[in-house]
Each structure stands twice: as structure tokens, then as C-alpha cells.
Design a protein around this ligand. Sequence first.
Ligand code: GDP
Length: 396
Amino acid sequence: MKMLWITDDFLPHLGGSRLLYYQTIKCLPPGEVTILTKRRPGWREFDARETIPIKRGFFKKLSIHPLLNELPVYVEMMALGACRSLRLRPDVIVCGELLPTGLVGRMLSLAGGAPYLVYIHGEEVNVLKNLRGEKALAFSVLRAADAVVATSTPAHGEALRQGVRPDRLHLLTPAVDDYFFNAKPCPERARSRYGLEGKMVLLTVGRLVERKGHELVIRALPQMRREFPDLAYLIVGAGPMEEKLERVAREEGVSGAVIFAGRLSREELVECYAACDVFVMPHRELPDGDTEGAGIVFLEAAALGKPVIAGITGGTGDSVLDGETGFRVDSTSPQEIVQRASQLLRDRALARRMGEAGRRGVLRERRWEDRAQELRRICLDMVRRKSSESTIRRHR
Ligand code: GDP
């Protein structure tokens, strides 16, 4: 089976959905997938190292009028997609997003006859709710798709509400890279690198963007440090909020207790997970609808046996079982963050139980290999259905 996989964004630009595509594709038979995506800083080196065939476009937006801004992206994606389709003759087109990718996939499917599958993650639906024209277009792409893959329970519910046929809708939550299960990290190395010896450590991993809630943790630190004077907060990741977060730490008088580790290698990242006492990311929904998707970082922390604290919005309910593998807190309430984090720092037996429950859960249910096989089965079904539909049409 040949798949043309179109996505608006891909590695090396980090992010949950990009990682999900990458890990799934890596577990599919070699040569089965060709990717069409966007150029991103570092793409040349990345593509040169990879065995997956990747074709990149510029996909550059304009900033002249909301109705025209995406036009060049559609034109270029459609042109490159048509060239790839002619050359590859794919059996299936996989679209990473509803727009612009899903619409391009739909047109390529109409032109070439290959069925198309579209991913829905949940966070994009929230953003679309505020954009009337795009919303109607995106949901029509969803309803017309030969298959829809939702990556979280809320996304699955939204697809059903939008009229996607239940027999064409599938829930495939993200998994965890085997590396996180099998690694034998040395937590002492991270502790000595960041001066955390003998301290209690809270950890957040992720891009430094507002919705992840780093600021809320920093603001909660002074109160928590009254009970745990040695408490430190380690932040892994890079992003536009760094300066603001440093300022907040200064304002709260906890600069010395907040460590910005920046973007780390996977080996260093695993050491940080292993070194923390509690993984905390009290994400929230922003006024423009931006919200957390599945939250792969919670699964990674669980794979390392750590209890986690998440927000209650978005799609993280599949990754964090409230009261079992950690807590989901109302991130608009600093008091809830303080209370749950302090509880886990105080009650080491509870923290250990939750961490172990999390690790057992991800080991049992969160392997990329299983997700890739399931996706392949869905694609083969689409191809079979499409070909039997066209046989019926020919005989009419
Ligand atoms: P999203 O970016 O909002 O989609 O957040 P997710 O939690 O779903 O996924 C983020 C992914 O990026 C996780 O697998 C993280 O481990 C990874 N990540 C984030 N920051 C870093 C970093 O500094 N280094 C490394 N190696 N991975 C990172």
C-alpha cells in the first residue's frame, strides 16, 4: 500500500501531532509513506538523516486579508500534491489537519480516486469555533472523509457531533516512544547539572507558550516553598514566553529556584524526567480557543514512573487518569495547584503509587507499533471499500 501523507507541519519543528505522525510512520513498513510538508529551520539536515521520503514546500501565508492569507498555501500544496500523486499513484491520502491539508486531500481524492483520511486532534476545533467560514469548510472536509482518526476523546466526540459516520471514525490516542520505557537514565546527572542535589523538583516539559501554564506554577512556588523550602522548578523546552517567565520568577522572588534548561537532547530530557518528583503542567484554554491536545509529555513522565498534574481542559483526560496516575486541576485556581502538588510532595507513598499506575498503563496501552498497525488496518479497509464501491458503480 502506498500512502501520500500531507501535513502542514512536521519535524524537526517539535510538537505533539508532528511527533505522532513521525512515530506512526516509523512503525509502518519502510517505503510505504511519502510525506509532503513544510520547510522548517533545520529541515535539510533532518531529511538527509531520515529514510522516509519527504518533499517540502514553502507553504507561506500572506498577511493582507483574512480571506486571502492562506491562498498561496492552498495553491502550492495542491500543485505539489498533484505532482506527487501523479508520480506515486497513492492508494491512500492521509491529511494531518482539517485545513488546509484536508481540503487539498479531498480535491486530490476527487481528482485521482484515492480515498482520504483526515486527523482531528481537538485543539484545532476550538480555534475553528471562532472562525465561521473556515469552520464550515473544515467540517465539510471531515464529513466527506473516507476515514477520520481522532487523537483524543473530546476530538472523537466533536467529530460525531459534526456528523461523521461512526463506522468511519476511529480513536487512536498517542503513544510513547519505546526509548522512554527502556532508557536507564541517570537522574543524578541532571540533578548535578542543574544544582538540584538533595532538592525536591517539579518539572515541566514543553514549548514555552502561554497555554502550558508555566507561569501559574512559578506564581504558586512561594507558597509551596513555605512548606518545602528546597523546592525547585525545572523547565525544559524553548519558546516565546521565556523572557516573561524569567520576569515573573523575579517578581515572585523565586529566580534562584526556577531553572530554564532550554531545549534538550532526548537523552538529557529523559534524565530530567527521572530526576523530578512531580511532573506538572497546569495547561488551560486561552480566549482564542487554543488548548492542549493529548499531552504526550504526561505519557512520557508516566513511562518514567512519575505522578503528574495536568489541567482539566483539552484532550489530556486520556493521558492523565484523575486520582489514579495523577491529578487534573482547575488551572484558574492557583490554590488547587498548590494543594495537589504539595500533597504529592508530602505523601511519597501516594506519589509512588500514582507513578507506578501511570507506568503500568502506558506500558500496556501506549505503544506506537499498535497505533501504526491500527492505522494500516483502517487504510486497507478504506482501499477495499473504495474499490468495491467503484465495482458496483461500473456494474450499474
Ligand atoms: P505540543 O507541543 O503542545 O503538541 O505538546 P506535547 O506534549 O503533545 O508534545 C511535545 C513533545 O515535544 C513531547 O514528546 C516532548 O518530549 C517534546 N519536547 C518538548 N520540548 C523538548 C525538548 O526540549 N527536547 C526534546 N528532546 N523534546 C522536547
